[in-house]
Design a protein around this ligand. Sequence first.
Ligand SMILES: [Ca+2]
Length: 68
Amino acid sequence: MLDLVLVAQNFGTTNPVADVTGDGTVNVLDLVLVAQHFGETIPEPQRVVIDNPMLVQKQVNLSQHSLI
Ligand SMILES: [Ca+2]
């Protein structure tokens, strides 16, 4: 649900966070893609751990960035 709100709030912008199709603009195609995957979650094994000695170890959940 939050993904739909994020896309709706950024509709018509070029905000890359809400541009889930990656075509450079937030439009109806982004809403459709989010709607098609409504309720889905990314399985735990697809989580990525970024281990850079220059940074504190950070865990990124791919579901926050991409639906594909
Ligand atoms: Ca888009």
